[in-house]
Structure formats: structure tokens, C-alpha cells
Design a protein around this ligand. Structure first.
Ligand SMILES: Cc1cc2nc3c(=O)[nH]c(=O)nc-3n(C[C@H](O)[C@H](O)[C@H](O)COP(=O)(O)O)c2cc1C
Length: 356
């Protein structure tokens, strides 16, 4: 029996060698937003580890869009140049290099996790965060509400970052609309209480996220896919939910998105999230079915058989792995052996290949 997990996935003209995606993971390891040896080794190891697609972490489109001062950025050509060798290495391993473009919105200006993860204090280099409305996340300082005239510059920042990503060889771009960051702040009624045409109705709350998607799509080559990560629910009464996600996914499809990466949560500090193995898979399944668009499932998917079953049940088209990939950069090579799928190993590692 052939493994679905190791069956190529074709999106537009791009063939991804298998359906294991390395999920974007902030590394908080940059100075001034520039990629360095850490990114080469971290992402490179996971490409050599057999993943079909390796996605670079949330990459800020403006300096204020960083979660922490150590976030990766793409707001200048120097940032793109720093990523060039990383992209070349991922490609040389046969994996698809992808990048997640982000703006952290009201959750920006924080210390990196190992420095406490809290909102930075004024003496620690804090900056004013930006959001649709001046409503804080949990105990964080209140953000400044963006003026309507500022919104097009944000669309332009995403567009410019995508242009740079393309120039250095990324083949997939993902727009980050999840986890309580800026575009999610616009989507959710809990963080967006604007009274102009960017707030209120679902159509209005989705306006900026859709404008960003269209702008990115317009410059991304026809033959290459654009992905979008959403939080399918805020896990909170009165917040963003699956029903709105399905409508948004339909609009994203019209805007030229090719896959919805289905995460959840991150917007409400007090949300109760029932995290257990595969807990977000039903969102990927429902969106795939109702909006007729490919999806990626993510979240506590740790075992090869579990990933295979999600695909076999038609719940998703790809599986994104985050923490399990931190534990084992060769997760895909190991999973292939467990599923009896014959996949090429890096020649340098062939002597470590298990015998069937
Ligand atoms: C260290 C770390 C950093 C993360 N950074 C990002 C990120 O940059 N963008 C994003 O969308 N999700 C990020 N996430 C969430 C993961 O991509 C993933 O959705 C989540 O960890 C659930 O998957 P898992 O159970 O396989 O870890 C991060 C997770 C971890 C553990």
C-alpha cells in the first residue's frame, strides 16, 4: 500500500515531494531581523530530514511587526540577501522553501520566550503596537488603533516582503492571519471594533486580510502557490469561529490562495483551548469540505500513522509538524520508514537508513 503522506502534492505547477510540512516556528535568533547561521542550520537540517516543504518562521514585514526584537524580518533587501543561502540549501535538499509573512499587531514588542516572553517595558526597548482598535491582548499595553490612511502601507509592506522573498528563491509564501497577530486582530470581533469599512460586518473585518492576500497573489507567479494560515476559532464566545473561517476560506480562494493552513487560538489571553492529539484536524476537514480548498492540518500531530490517517480520511491535504520536528529534524525520514515508503535519503546519510 502506498503511503499518502509520501505521495507528492501538486499546488499550481509546484510539485512538493511529500505532504510533510515543517510548520513555521519563530526562532527569536536574529539581530536586526537578519537571518544567520542558525537559520541555515535549523531550516537546512529539516530539509535534509526529508520534509516536503520547509517554512521559515513568522517573518516581519515591518520592524514594528516583530513579536520580539530578535524576530526574522524582510523589510529591506539586506534581509532578503541574508535569507538567500538558506533558501538555496533547502532547495538543494529537494524540499520546497516557504516563508510566512507576518505582522504581530497588538502582540508585538515582547521579550523572546527565554527572556520571559512578556511585553517589553519602556526601558527595555518597547515600541507602540498597532491594531485595528485600541484593545489590549490580556495584560499587554493597549495598541494604537491604525488610522484608515495607514492601512494601504501595510498592504504594501506585505507586497514588498513577498517580492523580496520571491527574488531570493522562495517558492511558497504564506500570509499569517492566525494566532492573534495583526490580520487576525482585524478578523476577530473581539479585537476589531472599528466603525469604518474595516470593522463591523464579517466582510469588513476580512477586508484588510483579503487585500493583503490579493496584493501578494498579484506579484507571486501564477505557477507558484500562496498559502494562508488562519486560526479557525478564537475558542471564545463572541469571537472568530469555524463558520466565519469557512466563509473567509471561500473568499481567500477567490483571492487566489491555494491552501489554508488551519491552526487556532492566540487571540484571547483567557481562551480555554482543549489541546489534545489532532485537536485542530476537524477545522482542516471542515474548511476543505465546505470551501473546496486544500488544507494543511497542524497541532499535536506527532506520529506517522496519525498523519497518514488524517490524509486517508480526507481531512487534509498536508500535515504540518512543529514541535515533533524540533525533537527530531529527521521526522519525515523516520515516518517514511514506519509507513514503508521508499524515499531518497541524503546520500551522506544513506548508511543510517533502516533496512526493511
Ligand atoms: C517554537 C515555536 C515557534 C512557533 N512559531 C510560529 C510561527 O512563527 N508562526 C506560526 O504560525 N506558528 C508558530 N508556532 C506554532 C506552530 O507552527 C504549530 O502550529 C504549533 O506548534 C502546533 O503544532 P505542533 O503540535 O506540531 O507543535 C510555533 C510553535 C513553536 C513550538
Amino acid at each position: 500500500m502506498t503511503s499518502l503522506l509520501f505521495t507528492p502534492l501538486k499546488l499550481r505547477s509546484l510539485e512538493i515531494r511529500n505532504r510533510v510540512f515543517v510548520s513555521p516556528m519563530c526562532q527569536y535568533s536574529c539581530r536586526d531581523g537578519l537571518a544567520n547561521d542558525w537559520h541555515l542550520v535549523h531550516l537546512g537540517a529539516r530539509a535534509a530530514g526529508g520534509a516536503g516543504l520547509v517554512m521559515a518562521e513568522a517573518t516581519a514585514v515591518t520592524p514594528e511587526g516583530r513579536i520580539s526584537p530578535e524576530d526574522l524580518g524582510l523589510w529591506s533587501d539586506a534581509h532578503a540577501d541574508a535569507l538567500r543561502p538558506v533558501v538555496a540549501f533547502i532547495r538543494a535538499q529537494g524540499a520546497v522553501p516557504a516563508i510566512q509573512l507576518a505582522h504581530a499587531g497588538r502582540k508585538a514588542s515582547c521579550a523572546s520566550p527565554w527572556k520571559g516572553g512578556q511585553a517589553l517595558a519602556p526601558g527595555q526597548g518597547a515600541w507602540t503596537t498597532l491594531a485595528p482598535s485600541a484593545l489590549p491582548f490580556g495584560h499587554f499595553p493597549a495598541p494604537r488603533a491604525l488610522a484608515r490612511e495607514e492601512l494601504q502601507a501595510l498592504v504594501e509592506a506585505f507586497r514588498a516582503a513577498a517580492r523580496r522573498a520571491l527574488a531570493v528563491g522562495f517558492e511558497v509564501v504564506e500570509v499569517h492571519m492566525a494566532h492573534g497577530y495583526l490580520l487576525h486582530n482585524f478578523l476577530s470581533p473581539l479585537s476589531n471594533q472599528r466603525t469604518d469599512d474595516y470593522g463591523g460586518s464579517l466582510e469588513n473585518r476580512a477586508r484588510l486580510p483579503l487585500e493583503v492576500t490579493r496584493a501578494v497573489r498579484a506579484l507571486w507567479p501564477e505557477k507558484l502557490p500562496v498559502m494562508v494560515r488562519i486560526s479557525a476559532t478564537d475558542w471564545k464566545e463572541g469571537g472568530w469561529d469555524l463558520e466565519q473561517s469557512i466563509e473567509l476560506a471561500r473568499w481567500l480562494k477567490e483571492a487566489g490562495a491555494d491552501l489554508i493552513d488551519c491552526s487556532s487560538g492566540g487571540l484571547a489571553a483567557d481562551a480555554q483551548i482543549p489541546a489534545r492529539p489532532g485537536y485542530q484536524v476537524p477545522f482542516a476537514a471542515a474548511i476543505r469540505q465546505a470551501a473546496a480548498i486544500p488544507t494543511a492540518a497542524v497541532g499535536l500531530i506527532t506520529e506517522a500513522a496519525q498523519a497518514e490517517q488524517i490524509l486517508a480520511c480526507g481531512q487534509a491535504d498536508a500535515i504540518a509538524i512543529a514541535r515533533a520536528s524540533l525533537r527530531d529534524p529527521h521526522w519525515p525520514l523516520r515516518a517514511a520508514a514506519q509507513l514503508h515508503a521508499e524515499i531518497p535519503w541524503p546520500v551522506q546519510y544513506e548508511r543510517g537508513k533502516p533496512m526493511f
